[in-house]
Design a protein around this ligand. Structure first.
Ligand SMILES: *Cc1c(COP(=O)(O)O)cnc(C)c1O
Length: 314
């Protein structure tokens, strides 16, 4: 395998930003994890790094993983497999796509073999028996769980805070499986606070998952973190006009693109919590841009429809 170039992580600079309508708030910053790598973007780089090294150490030839049809994780694993010389297999939730959507067609173009699991079977993907079966079936493959969240991912994400040079009170990230929040929290070692924003409806279970991910990683429990459950916009990949409009305003103000599935919802939530007084004016907040820009292409039609229907009613 090619040496994993950790110098890329230096691209993840911290910049001051302005939240739309809150020009007076000068203490909000963004950490540009989205700039680490053009394809293995943001937190997916952090989550895969030590897994790739471990797969190499174990002399595995194949990476096997799971995800939804628009998953940033699937996209990143495919790109990583191509760059670092692994065969990749992606088990996709749901029926086969024909034609492939932009995420899956990128994955296939990068050499990923796509398999489909119906929704009932997909529910089993975390069962040990099921995993052992498919690992055997695919020549002793290296298995990466859905969203990439295992202890090695937590280890990689703990490094997100390493090179932050400014003082801060809060660090925020979007939560899908909670691996990123677990890593950031483990990295903080009970100093300052980390806040996750669930992008799933009913994401309360994430609190237990994050606690367990931290425990499995370093055996510790921390209490300087929380998960905000109010900014899922109806659930995974659900969006509305208010969110699209906010993302547009944010991009105009800061010249930084957000994705509608994760980072758009997090920044919307941060802005709303500032307005509601949860964060105070003197609090220094760093929000992690975890990437995910590839997902916009697959949402374009949905976005167009929402914008069109807004225009027709207003
Ligand atoms: C995968 C992803 C997340 C969620 O990370 P978890 O570790 O699963 O909570 C957040 N933001 C983006 C852009 C992602 O692609």
């Amino acid at each position: 395998m090619k040496f994993i170039n950790s110098d890329l992580e230096k691209n993840a600079v911290v910049q001051r930003i302005e939240l739309p309508g809150l020009a007076d708030y000068k203490n909000v910053f963004i950490k540009r994890e989205d700039l680490i790598h053009p394809e293995i973007s943001g937190n997916k780089w952090r989550k895969l790094k030590y897994n790739l090294l471990e797969a190499e150490r174990l002399q595995k030839k194949t990476l096997l993983t799971f995800g939804g049809a628009y998953s940033n994780h699937i996209y990143s694993v495919a790109a990583a497999g191509k760059e670092y010389g692994f065969k990749t297999i992606g088990f996709i939730r749901g029926e086969a796509y024909n034609p492939l959507n932009p995420t899956l067609s990128f994955a296939e173009a990068n050499g990923m073999e796509l398999r489909y699991l119906n929704r009932a079977d997909y529910k089993n993907i975390n069962s040990i028996n099921f995993q052992n079966d498919i690992i055997k079936q695919f020549n002793d493959a290296y298995l990466i769980p859905e969203g990439g969240s295992n202890s090695l991912a937590v280890k990689g994400c703990a490094e997100i805070i390493n090179d932050i040079e400014i003082e801060f009170d809060y660090i925020c990230c979007a939560c899908g499986t909670g691996g990123t929040l677990a890593g950031i929290t483990a990295g903080l070692k009970n100093t300052r606070n980390s806040i996750g924003f669930s992008i799933l409806k009913g994401g309360g279970f994430l609190k237990e998952d994050v606690k367990n991910l931290i425990k499995n990683y370093n055996g510790k429990e921390f209490n300087n973190w929380d998960i905000i459950l109010d900014y899922h916009f109806g659930g995974y990949a659900k969006i509305n006009y208010e969110l699209i409009n906010f993302i547009g305003d944010f991009e105009k103000t800061n010249k930084i693109q957000l994705d509608p599935v994760y980072t758009g919802k997090m920044f919307f939530g941060i802005r709303d919590l500032i307005i509601k007084g949860y964060f105070k004016k003197h609090d220094k907040i760093i929000a992690v841009h975890t990437g995910g820009i590839q997902g916009i292409e697959g949402m374009k039609n949905k976005i167009k429809k929402i914008l069109a229907s807004h225009l027709s009613v207003s």
